[in-house]
Write a protein that binds this ligand. Structure first.
Ligand code: G6P
Length: 609
């Protein structure tokens, strides 16, 4: 899964390509590369291992210049992280190609290409694609036809762009799966995996559909669909801000984004509440009709967004709406019994997660009354594929570990539960009570952020640990899962979450004085049960680190460290108790000196399955 960008410009394109890579780096940062066709009609390429800034450094020392070019930022799938595996891949010194996705039949193709005498310089699945296009060119096909013929031979899911040294001013792009956009300007054309990479040059863009091949020559662009027929794709004008996110006074984007949460939630709530009611239109103009037909909810998501879904299940079932929550990569390949009246809800910060998109498609195939997405990126694939949209208004989230979008997505899902509660016999008094609590969210989030210094001190204990357990009950079990995920992601400490009542069925065997056990303890109906579970840990000499409501009766002792969280209503408690766990993982990572915003091996948006 990777980011690709390309351009046919009137003047040098290397600056645009590099800026495009910076904006696409959230898709992978194992290695990066760029190729241009230079003035003498030769391919010039630079590739580096590591983040885009490494490529930038290399290009400062040895600049490339050309009006037509491609660039790529990689998240390794086939073939390790190395310069030779970095894209663009070149065949015969004349044909260069970048690809995002996975070619499933690469081994068979590699075999036949080796037999045809082609040499390989990488272990990637992509190199077979450039070779295959080359073989078709050798057989007399034109570049666009060679790409089409190659596409027809590839199995898998990919988006690609290719240039030929003999044809400066021309670029061919194709999509079979991951998104690929064409940027259109008066005298120039561009391709990119997302709109952000295009914005420095143009706001006008087209979305390639699956099977499309686009043949770009300067400003003109001919698109053919999967059947080979010429097609017009709508030209959209982006309204997205062209500005990249700024770090400001903060040390890391993650820290900045944690501190932006009160603002992100209040922006997300703006125009969604009227007095003590939720405005149904917040979900789209078709919301009333679709919600009337909804008998149950199927939530599909990945990673942190999946955890938001698990919290939402508690809210939805509380108001009488049957709800299932599925990890997208599992759902898409599982056989399911269709359930009548299903509203499918996808949750995704990026709106581009490949598994979530495929799972949505599968859910629609089963038959649903409508598809709602809770998303932070307006011009994204999931938004395009959904009937109803609830946008979280967080602004760009740069840190790979999601924070403000998790909290804002949960807020949106709580509003959804309220809108559906009206249809399940809950009166306006119930809605008014919860809306009142929702309005306190920004202030309550501020109060939780004020715990930062105490949490930074607590973090010292964790920095030399190899394992940690996170506990919660009810709607706070998913919060414990999210806390464990955060610690894993950014500080590389193995952390597992358990529903506290499940400890005695296995994980208690792990507990000793070296095992820190973190628990979230709001003052809800399960607090006494949770306290018993915590005693089970103490009895095995486990060390407890608790985020607890002052009324819980939990206080610090020799083997227990308690940080009190200002009292909050149980309707919003999962949102608030998220914050101390985010801060804990951030401060542990700071002490460990890891790359907080770009943890090893991960990417912000996973656009391959
Ligand atoms: C990646 C990110 C996670 C994120 C997940 C789902 O794995 O590293 O932070 O939660 O994708 O992303 P989405 O954009 O669909 O919410």
């Amino acid at each position: 899964m990777c980011g690709i960008v390309g351009a046919v410009r009137e003047s040098d394109t290397s600056g645009f390509l590099l800026e495009g890579l910076r904006r696409l780096e959230y898709r992978g940062y194992d290695s990066a590369g760029v190729v241009v066709i230079n003035q003498s009609g030769r391919l010039e390429r630079a590739r580096t291992v590591g983040k885009v800034k490494e490529l930038e450094r290399a290009l400062t020392q040895t600049p490339l210049a050309g009006t037509t070019g491609l660039a790529h930022t990689r998240w390794a799938t086939h073939g390790g992280v190395s310069e030779t595996n970095a894209h663009p891949h070149i065949c015969n010194g004349t044909l260069a190609l970048v690809c995002n996705g996975i070619v499933e039949n690469h081994e068979a193709l590699r075999h036949s290409q080796q037999e045809a005498g082609l040499a390989f310089t990488s272990q990637t699945d992509t190199e077979v694609v450039v070779h295959q296009v080359y073989l078709h060119l050798q057989n007399g096909l034109d570049l666009a036809d060679a790409v089409r013929a190659t596409m027809d031979e590839l199995a898998g899911s990919f988006a690609l762009a290719v240039v030929h040294a003999g044809e400066p001013g021309r670029l061919v792009a194709a999509r079979q799966g991951p998104p690929l956009l064409l940027g259109r300007a008066e005298k120039e054309s561009f391709v990119a995996s997302d709109i952000n990479a295009l914005l420095p040059a143009t706001r006008r863009y087209q979305v390639l559909e699956n099977g499309d091949v686009a043949d770009i020559r300067g400003a003109s662009c001919a698109i053919k669909d999967s059947g080979g027929s010429p097609v017009e794709r709508v030209i959209h004008t982006s309204t997205q801000s062209g500005a990249g996110a700024e770090l400001g006074e903060h040390r890391h984007f993650m820290q900045k984004e944690i501190h932006e949460q009160p603002r992100a939630v209040s922006d997300t709530l703006e125009d969604r509440l009227l007095g003590d009611r939720v405005l149904e239109d917040a979900f789209g103009s078709e919301a009333g009709r679709i919600f009337d037909a909804t008998r149950q909810v199927l939530i599909i998501a990945c990673g942190t967004s999946y955890h938001a879904g698990l919290v939402a299940r508690h809210w939805l079932e509380y108001v009488g709406v049957p709800c299932e929550v599925e990890v997208a990569s599992e759902y898409r390949y599982r056989r399911h019994a269709a359930r009548e009246g299903t509203l499918v809800v996808t949750i995704s910060q990026s709106g581009e997660t490949a598994d979530t998109l495929a799972a949505l498609e599968e859910a629609k195939r089963q038959g649903v009354v409508g598809a709602l997405v809770v998303c932070n990126v307006a011009e994204s694939s999931l938004v395009r594929e959904s009937d109803l949209v609830f946008m979280t208004h967080c602004g760009p989230e740069v840190g790979v570990a999601s924070t403000k979008t998790f909290v804002s997505a949960m807020t949106g899902l709580l509003l959804l539960a309220l809108v559906l509660s009206r249809r399940h016999g809950f009166d306006s008094g119930f809605e008014a009570h919860v809306v009142h609590q929702i309005r306190t969210l920004p202030g309550a989030l501020e109060a939780a952020l004020a715990m930062e210094d105490a949490i930074a001190e607590m973090a010292q204990v964790f920095s030399d640990k190899e394992h940690a357990l996170f506990l919660g009950r009810g709607a706070h079990f998913p919060i414990a899962m999210e806390g464990a995920l955060k610690l894993k992601e950014i500080s590389y400490i193995h952390a597992e979450a358990y529903p506290a009542g499940e400890l005695k069925h296995g994980p208690l065997a792990l507990v000793d004085e070296k095992m820190p056990v973190v628990a979230v303890a709001p003052n809800d109906l399960l607090i006494e049960k949770l306290k018993s579970n915590l005693e089970e840990v103490r009895a095995r000499r486990g060390r407890l680190y608790l985020f607890a409501d002052p009324a819980s009766g939990l206080e610090s002792r020799e083997d227990v460290t308690v940080l009190h969280v200002a009292p909050v209503d149980s309707a919003i408690a999962p949102i608030i108790y998220t914050v101390p766990l985010q801060l804990l993982s951030y401060h542990v990572a700071l002490i460990k000196g890891t790359d907080v915003d770009k943890p090893r091996n991960l990417a912000k948006s996973v656009t391959v399955e």
